[in-house]
Write a protein that binds this ligand. Structure first.
Ligand code: ZN
Length: 136
């Protein structure tokens, strides 16, 4: 089964911490050891793992991406959101995080962020939680 997390973004570009929502899904699934695969089924949104303690880090990453891939440029795509498509490819639409003792095995300062690049929109994130033997 694939589980889904619903997200409502409020800004054109925005990083939303979804760590706790994923943790809740692990609890619901009752998996204590394994892998949590996180997949964003959109072409203008992504997922990344980075620092969750200081919001300035997320701000800096977004500012850098906006500078590197400006909203307006010499793009062919008629929908007018090529910068969002490019950022999505740069950041990526999937992550895999280990599960240990029922918790996401993240580093002390790590959080999982849904990255909106063409908001505001209703979005969703797919989770495939795969259980493994505790010894593997
Ligand atoms: Zn488009």
């Amino acid at each position: 089964m694939v589980r889904y997390i619903n997200i409502k973004s409020r800004e054109r570009t925005e990083f939303i911490d979804i760590t706790e929502k994923i943790q809740e899904a692990l609890k619901e699934a009752g998996v204590s050891s394994g892998v949590c695969n996180i997949f964003v089924p959109h072409t203008t949104a992504a997922v990344t793992v980075n620092e969750g303690a200081d919001p300035a880090v997320q701000r800096d990453i977004q500012a850098f991406l906006n500078k590197m891939v400006p909203f307006d440029g010499d793009y062919y795509h008629r929908e007018g959101n090529s910068s969002a498509h490019i950022k999505t490819t740069l950041v990526g639409v999937s992550q895999a995080v280990f599960i240990d003792e029922g918790r996401l095995a993240l580093g002390t300062w790590q959080s999982i962020f849904f990255c909106e690049f063409d908001g505001p929109r209703h979005r969703r994130v797919a989770l495939k939680i795969i259980a493994s033997d505790k010894k593997t």
